[in-house]
Ligand binder design. Structure first.
Ligand SMILES: [Zn+2]
Length: 385
């Protein structure tokens, strides 16, 4: 499976300047290639190369960099086309789609640039990279990452890495091809309930308060309000920058939550049962202020992280239908929408059990997960003649 490892570069002032000039140069070149591609009705890669390669070389890009720029532009159009076809930009004639198709794709000055092993080499033990720039090869650029990430890089890094600049910081994003762990037969299932007050509650008692996520949601709202007032470019830039850093923080939290859940599952030979996300949006019927604060991307991201980490660890994951998980009693199975007394309290009208609502739901999800797994296992066993 593909694993992406991101490392932060810590260049000295001179190195930073060379990296910055390089990203500016390649992205300026990409914008020019993009215009050529657009004017020529998006020719094939080899034609695009024919129209642009010599010019790029004369602009001082090396052979590899020129090739990468051309391919990056071509790939961007391929992605746009695929997105359009998949309907991600709306119906034909929609404002977003017309806007996207009306002009060449533009690349930001810090946009990602692919580097292959000829333009970038890693010195893992020293914690440095040597990288091609428009000002020649820059050596001994220090990088930082966790020891786990370093190990993954060292053992499995393959192919190209992207150099990118975000909010003044340079990152290298490397692709690693990591072998998948063999999936074990789970002894039980851990149910994960995704919610608002607590982002994730498991049937085994783990609760992730998700303070970071909720703060992120609040700030997103603030941001939108402020954006509507201030219309200057610099204000917008500043607010966007803050929003991006909040989003990164939220992603970081999701990583930690996912890791905690997957590690526990692995340690206890359990599988993980998650709610089908489409159902969540229907289930989480909220009072208005909360509805605004609900970011389904955060749930989707957390589910993605869990699936991805589980795959690496060989932990089975199943998705269950979330219908009634919040109304059903996990002790006696009685279903009643009055069972859910409030956002947090569950009180069974039949057997009188009192539980935390999230905990009750997570236990229902665990039970459903077990049923899904058993049904799947039975269908995997060939029928005896
Ligand atoms: Zn009950």
């Amino acid at each position: 499976m593909k694993v992406v490892v991101q490392v932060k570069l810590m260049p000295d002032a001179g190195q930073a300047l060379a990296l910055e000039r390089t990203l500016h140069a390649v992205n300026e070149a990409a914008n020019w290639v993009s215009a050529v591609a657009f004017d020529h009705g998006l020719p094939h890669l080899y034609e695009l190369r024919k129209h642009t390669y010599a010019e790029l070389k004369s602009r001082g890009l090396g052979a590899q960099a020129a090739q990468h720029v051309i391919k990056k532009v071509r790939d961007a159009y391929t992605t746009l086309k695929a997105n359009t076809r998949a309907g991600n930009l709306g119906k034909p004639g929609s404002h977003r789609r017309v806007k996207a198709e009306a002009k060449p794709i533009a690349f930001r000055p810090g946009a990602a640039q692919p580097y292959d092993d000829r333009c970038l080499s890693w010195q893992y033990d020293a914690g440095t990279v040597s990288v091609w720039t428009v000002e020649g090869r820059v050596k001994n650029v220090r990088f930082a990452c966790s020891s786990g990430a370093l190990k993954t890089l060292q053992e499995h890094r393959q192919g190209e890495s992207d150099l990118v600049r975000r909010d003044g910081v340079f990152y290298l994003i490397a692709t690693c091809e990591v072998p998948e762990a063999e999936r074990y037969e789970p002894e039980r299932f851990i149910g994960v309930d995704l919610g608002i007050a607590a982002i994730a509650t498991t049937s085994t008692g783990y609760k992730a308060a998700g303070r970071g996520l909720n703060r992120h949601r609040r700030r997103q709202l603030e941001l939108r309000r402020k954006l509507q007032k201030k219309r200057t470019k610099s204000a917008k830039r500043l607010l966007k920058k803050r929003s991006r850093s909040e989003k990164r923080h939220a992603a970081n939290q999701n990583h930690i939550i996912a890791k905690t859940i997957v590690t526990e599952a692995e340690r206890t030979s359990s599988g993980i049962a998650l709610e089908n996300l489409k159902g969540i949006r229907q289930r989480v019927r909220l009072r208005k202020p909360q509805r605004v604060t609900l970011h389904s991307w955060a749930f989707a991201q957390l589910a993605d992280f869990i699936v991805y980490k589980a795959k690496r660890a060989g932990v089975p994951v199943v998705f269950v239908d979330p219908a009634y998980t919040s109304q059903q009693c996990c002790e006696c199975g009685h279903v009643d929408d009055k069972n859910r007394v409030s956002q947090s309290v569950f009180l069974c009208r039949n057997c009188g059990v009192v539980a935390h609502a999230d905990r009750n739901a997570s236990r229902n999800i665990a039970r459903k997960g077990e049923a899904v797994w058993t049904a799947g296992r039975e269908s995997r066993v060939p029928a005896t003649p």
